[in-house]
Design a protein around this ligand. Structure first.
Ligand SMILES: Nc1ncnc2c1ncn2[C@@H]1O[C@H](COP(=O)(O)OP(=O)(O)O)[C@@H](O)[C@H]1O
Ligand SMILES: [Mg+2]
Length: 265
């Protein structure tokens, strides 16, 4: 607890920089981003393509290392840890990617895809990770609305929306605290987007998850986020409660983003 009695942030990101390449061809994908994520918050990260959203969340998931700056997760600086020391983060933070066709191994049965995180060497024997993978498979398939009878099938036997449910079930399997979703509905048919967004909303509520939700589409973010961070060219240009960002955007760039998406009547 801090002096004010408020709980400490789950994530504390400070002055984060990630540059790719060197010299004249260097690309500064993330340029000095600072933000915090509270337990239970649903943070949206929006910005046009190439603004650094995926780079930022890959750093937060420790899939990549920053050029400089710091990321504290539950008070620990994860940027200075070796992979063998990151077990606590690997179980607590799970990701869902844009295209389930490429994120799901086509040669694996759904049951094996979903329970794979439970077999990871780093996560084995962790007290917070379920040990009975058959039981956990049944629980998470139920949670995402897929019948257990489909568990022996392969990803290609499912629709796009169902495949994204499989990816979400896999992310839930190790009982994460944080779900990071990178454009999770952008590759889906418009007709199934709302179903997957509603599913994410109910999972966040039921399992008391913290969610970091990346999208270039502000209408999508509005459905699932309490707070919105707007990125432009690797920098955070605006951050605030979702309704405030919509009702009263402070930056011209945010107004342009809002103008670019079709409004729901
Ligand atoms: N591995 C990489 N190597 C070189 N450049 C990269 C790499 N990853 C991202 N970039 C560059 O960093 C910038 C931000 O990319 P990205 O984080 O994917 O943006 P977004 O997710 O907002 O579309 C882009 O210019 C992209 O080309
Ligand atoms: Mg991206």
């Amino acid at each position: 607890m801090s002096a004010e009695g408020s709980p400490p942030s789950l994530y504390e990101v400070s002055e984060l920089v990630r540059t790719f390449g060197h010299g004249p061809h260097a690309v500064a994908a993330v340029r000095g981003v600072s933000l915090s994520v509270q337990q239970g918050e649903r943070l949206g990260i929006v910005g046009e393509s190439g603004s650094g959203k995926s780079t930022l969340i890959r750093l937060m998931a420790a899939l990549d290392r920053p050029t400089s700056g710091q990321i504290r997760f539950r008070g620990r600086d994860i940027t200075s840890l070796r992979e063998s020391q990151l077990g606590f983060l690997r179980s607590a933070v799970q990701l869902v990617f844009q295209d389930p066709r490429s994120s799901l191994d086509p040669r694996m049965r759904v049951a094996d895809i979903i329970t794979e995180p439970l077999r990871s060497r780093l996560l084995r024997h962790r007290p917070d990770v379920p040990t009975d993978s058959r039981q956990r498979l049944a629980e998470v398939m139920d949670a995402v609305g897929l019948p257990l009878s489909l568990a022996r099938r392969y990803p290609h036997e499912f629709s796009g929306g169902q495949r994204q449910r499989i990816a979400i079930a896999r992310a839930l399997a190790p009982r994460p605290q944080v779900l990071i979703a990178d454009e999770p509905v952008s590759a889906l048919d418009v007709s199934v987007r709302a179903q997957v967004l509603n599913l994410l909303n109910s999972l966040v509520r039921d399992f008391q998850l913290t969610m970091v939700f990346v999208s270039h589409d502000l209408t999508v973010v509005r459905h699932v986020c309490d707070t919105v961070a707007v990125m432009k060219s690797g920098q955070l240009v605006e951050l605030g409660p979702t309704e405030q960002i919509y009702a009263n955007p402070q930056q011209q760039y945010t107004r342009e983003l809002l103008a670019a998406v079709p409004r729901i009547p």
